[in-house]
Design a protein around this ligand. Structure first.
Ligand SMILES: CC(C)=CCC/C(C)=C/COP(=O)(O)OP(=O)(O)O
Ligand SMILES: [Mg+2]
Length: 567
């Protein structure tokens, strides 16, 4: 583990760190080292894998539009396709079919349907933006006792699907709030008595509900946990899913190799040895935002930006003195190379990288873009640097609170917290990366502070605070978090504050779900990374800070997606 002394020996530019005011964090080093530097991907193999998707894709397309399946069979098929992460290959076909099914839907159709069927239908419609009413679940509740019927308890498969449905609830759907508590308690109660795949399915869902999980990880796990159900459609779906996983794995290996080399070239290890140098872990965030092959550029840009944000955050939170941070914030806001002169020696290389990487991005996007997308992505780069400046000011504000030992009001904290959640910067990186589909309207939407964006940002801020405030309190200067601000403003003890913040997280998720229901403000393609960012936040911060301490989940996810071969 890096120590204070090793920081100074690693780089002569960094002064001996005897200054007691440095809020050192002693982050554990990356678990990966240079492991991914030597990854190599054969271009022919990559092309062959891409090609191998085509034939099963066409076969499945025919099945999706065929007249031979009834509505329930169709919804069941769309469920498999969605859970395996394949819907993007059939967007128009699935959309067209669902439009029709939803229009023709008669609530009476559900009178005789069981819990599993209704729950699966509900999930498919809601996942694709169709607001099937939660009233479809009314018949499972006894309104005299206000409890769910006894018979639902014995239907574990139905309960599991009902539990997954509740994750899609929006504000005001109290039956789904109750159902979430009910199904979770029931499943927890029976899980140890179950056997085979059903036991594994329930166990996994309780730890990681599908809607809040990382899409490709969930798809891989679904593939192995639901093997028997998938065999309903012969080997068609499994064939496509396997070919698709294979291609994605190779592409991801190639992208990670590019990023690892970039990280090495930037010399983060040398110029910011006090910070978390976590390229593979941050690539997982990028992959979480968009896994579809056409978004390769977006994944790479987002992962680079996330690594830059990470070293900047650690500079503010875990190394620099307040005087140095005031200078750094001013230089970032001047955004010109001559401003580097005002910085202490050790911060100069980092400042140079921030500016250079933006210039590189601008060049790359002008070169790759076509027509209107060049204008939109150029505009996105401008917005991006201004959000970076805003982020630096937000980080400084937090550092000033910490320096003065001052706890702001909850309202003031949240206003700044939305900025330090880094989501504005990350969203702008998606706009730059997805330059092929980003229009001026989409850019204007991002700048109009839509509810779904704010909900995702605040979800990130609060989740991060709830799981990291105890670790961060151990530094030389105590970091101020929403937990402190809430306790101070409302005069409640820590345990109550944490509980209240956890309730807010549920409401943010409801707002995110609502923002995905039709008619949406922007296209599904633009909304996808926003919801996926909320998913990644949930995955990383649900139980502990799995980003700073990646040994369990993050390591498992990277191993599953990038290292392990497809079975
Ligand atoms: C969301 C992503 C991918 C961001 C990049 C890395 C980062 C800043 C992680 C949070 O660190 P932290 O726990 O130190 O955050 P903070 O200092 O804001 O509490
Ligand atoms: Mg931090």
């Amino acid at each position: 583990m890096a120590t204070r002394e090793s920081y100074s020996t690693l780089n002569g530019n960094i002064k001996a760190t005897t200054d007691p005011m440095r809020p050192l964090a002693n982050f554990p080093p990356s678990i990966w080292g240079d492991r991914f530097l030597s990854l190599s991907v054969d271009t022919y193999e990559l092309k062959a894998c891409a090609k191998a998707i085509e034939a099963p894709k066409e076969e499945l397309r025919r099945l999706i539009i065929s007249q031979n399946l009834d509505s329930n069979e169709k919804l069941c098929l769309f469920n498999y396709v969605y859970r395996l992460g394949l819907t993007y290959l059939f967007v128009e076909e699935v959309q067209g079919q669902l439009d029709k099914l939803f229009k023709e839907l008669n609530m009476k159709d559900y009178d005789n349907a069981d819990l599993y069927t209704i729950s699966t239908n509900f999930q498919v419609f809601r996942q694709h933006g169709y607001k099937l009413s939660c009233d479809v679940f009314n018949k499972f509740k006894d309104y005299r006792s206000c409890k769910f019927h006894e018979y639902t308890v014995t239907d574990v498969r139905g309960l599991l699907s009902f539990y997954e449905s509740t994750q899609l609830r929006i504000r005001g759907e109290s039956i789904l709030d109750e159902a979430m508590e009910f199904t979770k308690a029931q499943l927890t109660g029976v899980v140890d008595t179950l056997q085979g795949n059903l036991a594994k399915q329930v166990k996994h869902a309780l730890v990681s509900p599908f809607h809040r999980g990382m899409k490709m990880v969930e798809a891989r796990l679904y593939f192995s946990l639901y093997e028997e159900e998938l065999s309903t459609y012969d080997s068609l779906i499994t064939k496509l899913a396997k070919a698709h996983f294979n291609y994605l794995r190779l592409l991801q290996r190639q992208e990670l190799q590019i990023l690892t080399k970039w990280g090495k070239d930037m010399e983060f290890q040398v110029i910011t040895p006090y910070a978390r140098n976590r390229i593979p872990d941050l690539y997982l965030w990028g992959l979480g935002l968009y896994y579809e092959p056409p978004y390769s550029q977006a994944r790479i840009i987002t992962s680079k930006i996330a690594q830059l944000v990470c070293v900047l955050d650690d500079t503010y939170d875990a190394y620099a003195t307040i005087e140095e941070l005031r200078l750094l914030t001013d230089a970032i806001n001047r955004w010109e190379i001559s401003a580097m002169e005002q910085l202490p020696e050790y911060l100069k290389p980092l400042y140079k990288i921030l500016l250079n990487e933006h210039t590189e991005l601008e060049k790359q996007l002008s070169k790759n873009g076509r027509g209107n997308s060049v204008t939109a992505s150029k505009q996105a780069v401008v917005y991006h640097s201004s959000h970076f400046q805003e982020l630096a000011r937000g980080y400084l504000k937090e550092a000033e609170w910490r320096h003065r030992g001052q706890v702001p009001s909850f309202q003031e904290y949240m206003k700044n917290g939305l900025i330090t959640s880094t989501y504005n910067v990350l969203f702008k990186s998606s706009v730059m990366g997805m330059s092929e589909i980003v229009t001026q309207e989409a850019l204007d939407w991002y700048e109009s502070h839509p509810k779904i964006l704010e909900a995702t940002g605040l979800l990130g801020r609060l989740y991060n605070d709830i799981t990291t405030f105890q670790f961060e309190a151990k530094r030389a200067q105590k970091q101020v978090t929403s937990v402190d601000a809430y306790m101070n403003t409302f005069g409640v003890p820590e345990i109550v504050a944490v509980d209240e913040l956890k309730n807010m997280l549920q409401d943010f998720w409801k707002d995110i779900n609502e923002g995905c229901l039709k008619p949406t403000e922007v296209s599904i393609e633009i909304l996808a990374p926003v919801v996926n960012l909320a998913r990644m936040t949930d995955v990383v911060y649900r139980y502990t800070d799995r980003f700073t301490f990646p040994e369990k989940t993050i390591e498992e996810y990277i191993t599953l997606l990038i290292i392990d071969p497809i079975p």
